[in-house]
Design a binder for this molecule. Sequence first.
Ligand SMILES: CC(C)(COP(=O)(O)OP(=O)(O)OC[C@H]1O[C@@H](n2cnc3c(N)ncnc32)[C@H](O)[C@@H]1OP(=O)(O)O)[C@@H](O)C(=O)NCCC(=O)NCCS
Length: 347
Amino acid sequence: MTAYGAAISGVGSYAPPGVLTNEDLEKLVDTTDAWIVQRTGMKRRHIIGPDGATSDLALPAAQAALSAAGKTAADIDCIICATATPDYLFPAMACIVGFRLGVAGKPAFDISIACSGFVYAVTTAASLVRSGVYRSVLVIGAETLSKITDYTDRGTCVLFGDGAGAVVVERSEEDCFLGSELGADGTDPTVLYLPGGGSRMPFNTNGKFAAERLGYIHMQGQSVFKFAVNQMVASVRTALSKAGLTTADVDFVVPHQANLRIIDAMVKTLGLPPDKCIINIAEYGNTSAASIPIALAEAVAAGSIRKGHIVVMVAFGGGLSWGAMVWRWKDAKVGAPARQTVAGALA
Ligand SMILES: CC(C)(COP(=O)(O)OP(=O)(O)OC[C@H]1O[C@@H](n2cnc3c(N)ncnc32)[C@H](O)[C@@H]1OP(=O)(O)O)[C@@H](O)C(=O)NCCC(=O)NCCS
């Protein structure tokens, strides 16, 4: 089999301007800024307006990644979107993004594995590039979790936000994709799930949908917490070992931003210096499949992640699912992240 190298050649991100602060949440549910900061590390989340859809966020993130890679959408062979909140259950959001980028006709598909989506999608893209099927793949992680967040449930509504991030993965002489580890265990999908809208509880279920709040995220927080810490540590170790590396070789870890305490526990158990971990949870909350590429884009923009660095990205999420991947950073730039803020997002 022909084998090629793969590298990330451009990064971009986008967050909607509307901001939901802890103080805003204090007015919606019985919570406090102090509780949210202490238990999660979150201060604000960016929230899309009622008329917005996830592809509205995916598009500017994709354009930023393309321009950073010195490409136009016409140069891309395939589009993969990682999302749990696509514009529609079907067709795939990637089809809509392809059309909006002006390249209808190119292969485009979604990967649906909740917060682990970006790691799965980039691993898939790297596999397509390394096997010679495509030369360049655009990968987007984009979410509007505000659309499925129950703003009467204090156990979940403080956690989630909206946003998008993207990378271009392309053929490269040097193979920068050093290793990856993916996994999933569907023993109990209800630990973290959206009960309604699928075939088990269709939208048309008489009368139950609104009454039982089936269209919102349901979560057993403490179970997810314990799983997350153990699995992130194990995933990082396995991906590094597949790459022939150890934690001592790592320049930066970019973890899924679900809870600062989960990230801190992972960093401590791995024995990593805290300044090697990219954290932006205070600004965005948990944006599911978008959280890693947004953090990655910001770390590249800040000049933290640079050419030659060993970068580990690690996620966990609904499924339950998990994934980690190890990249050598080539010299990928970041496209101008378009970020503005407007108060009163849910007003
Ligand atoms: C959700 C989470 C922040 C809750 O934090 P916790 O420290 O585990 O808190 P607990 O669930 O033990 O609840 C402790 C108390 O705080 C209360 N509480 C929960 N949410 C609250 C909030 N927003 N404000 C104030 N109190 C809150 C609970 O009702 C409980 O009160 P009680 O002791 O009177 O029953 C935490 O479990 C978590 O982050 N889990 C992982 C979730 C996750 O990452 N999901 C997405 C994965 S991709």
